[in-house]
Write a protein that binds this ligand. Structure first.
Ligand SMILES: Cc1cc2nc3c(=O)[nH]c(=O)nc-3n(C[C@H](O)[C@H](O)[C@H](O)COP(=O)(O)OP(=O)(O)OC[C@H]3O[C@@H](n4cnc5c(N)ncnc54)[C@H](O)[C@@H]3O)c2cc1C
Length: 400
């Protein structure tokens, strides 16, 4: 596999995006299938190892991570989402895994194995910091029995990181993360993914029922893992993907307008058209600046080995949530307005060169993917205690 330490990984992503993701995105959507060719291209370029530090150097920072996600999403939102979600799980393993988790990173480096995320649960929905299904001791091992309503690329991942309640008699806020491997068996896909958009993510329902060694359970409480790594990586990675998808559609439209045969289009003489076009660019620049600023802030915490309390800072968490809320709305809005500007033939029809219709459907999932209502509810509470000296809301209700 390629080693991106010698080549700028953003440049590698540009190559993959333009050469492979662009070629397969429509087919992946139309046939409602996993983007094999595009993920294989990322695997070959070594991009699936992003976040794993390497002796020869190469970036592992959040700003570059977001740039890569956006570049990939310009051509295929599903592939970019899979890449970003996989990288989030890799980052967790790098930041919080013990020696017993190291073989997973070796497999990612050696074979480009994918790692998937299992946090959503029947009954509690997307609430990240709680889990209902308990870990059940069985002899000197532990049983993982859990229903997962939606697991992206479940049928193509070699490893899964699941949130579980620590024990039957423990509070649902006492969450632990557990590593499960496909080869443990006991994993059943129980349905399909016939969604409006993001079809390539193949986010299917799965039930897990298997027994693993105790050392598969991460020693750190999940709340710490989430606050330090998962929440920043998820909110910023997803946002970068949504922004990139909107930017891609916008760029394709602008490129088309610049073509010589379009120079005489009446639209280009219209002040209303031009100001609407410029308005979309305002939204794109807003998203870019929100993502980059937040990513740089996380990078500076990571570079200074900041403690957990720094990541629990209320203002930081409000702003991370706000990036996700704002970008999930704005990216969809940009493409919605692009449909108007492109018109019926180029904006509303399927399989045009601009692919606006597909991106519109893909981006409709953004507000639902960790529901904005949930984040707004959390932010409402955080705003009331911000700068008041109160403890971070991430703490358990019982104070532990
Ligand atoms: C493309 C895609 C891929 C995904 N991949 C994965 C994956 O790999 N692994 C995984 O675990 N999950 C995954 N998810 C699930 C995702 O992360 C969310 O957990 C899920 O979308 C939330 O589902 P929900 O609608 O039950 O949301 P919930 O957040 O449970 O919301 C359900 C309803 O309750 C309302 N609601 C929730 N909270 C509040 C509140 N505080 N105030 C008012 N109303 C509220 C919402 O408006 C909504 O109508 C994916 C989702 C998508 C769209």
């Amino acid at each position: 596999m390629g080693a991106f330490s010698e080549i700028d990984p953003i440049q590698l992503a540009v190559t993959a995006s333009r050469q492979t993701l662009r070629a397969w995105a429509s087919d992946v959507d139309a046939r409602n299938r996993f983007p094999h060719e595009s993920i294989e291209a990322l695997r070959q370029l070594g991009l699936l190892t992003y976040f794993i530090p390497r002796a020869s150097g190469g970036p592992t920072d959040f700003v570059t991570y977001c740039s890569i996600a956006a570049v990939l999403a310009e051509e295929c939102l599903s592939t970019a989402l899979i890449w970003a979600m996989h990288c989030q799980q890799v980052a967790i393993l790098v930041d919080h895994g013990g020696p017993e988790h190291k073989h997973v990173l070796d497999e990612v480096e050696r074979t480009g194995a994918l790692v998937a995320s299992v946090t959503t649960e029947a009954g509690k929905g997307g609430d990240l910091l709680t889990a209902r299904a308990p870990l059940l001791p069985e002899d000197d091992r532990v049983r993982v029995r859990r229903v997962a309503p939606i697991v992206s690329y479940a049928e193509h991942a070699a490893f899964f990181l699941l949130t579980m309640r620590s024990a039957e008699d423990q509070h649902e806020h006492d969450v632990r993360l557990v590593l499960v491997a496909r080869e443990d068996a006991g994993m059943t896909v129980t349905g399909d993914w016939n969604a409006m958009g993001a079809r390539g993510t193949q986010s299917v329902p799965v039930t897990f029922d298997l027994v693993v060694d105790n050392n598969r359970v991460f020693k750190k409480p999940f709340r710490q893992i989430a606050v330090q790594t998962l929440i920043p990586a998820a909110h910023l990675g997803w946002s970068a993907v949504w922004y990139g998808a909107a930017r891609g559609a916008f760029r394709r439209f602008v490129r088309q307008l610049r073509q010589p045969e379009n120079k005489s289009r009446a639209q280009l003489q219209s002040d209303l058209f031009l100001s609407r076009l410029a308005d979309l660019r305002v939204s794109l620049d807003l998203m870019d600046s929100m993502i980059t600023q937040a990513a740089a802030r996380i990078d500076s915490l990571r570079h200074s080995n900041a403690d957990v309390a720094s990541y629990e800072n209320i203002t930081l968490n409000i702003s991370l949530n706000n990036v996700k809320i704002a970008v999930s709305r704005l990216a969809f809005e940009v493409v919605d307005r692009l449909v108007e500007l492109c018109g019926l033939a180029q904006g509303y029809m399927k399989n045009t060169a601009l692919d606006v219709e597909r991106v519109f459907r893909d981006l409709r999932s953004a507000t639902l993917m960790y529901h904005n209502d949930r984040l707004l509810g959390v932010n409402g509470k955080l705003i009331l205690v911000e700068n008041s000296g109160a403890e971070a809301i991430w703490r358990r209700p019982d104070g532990l």
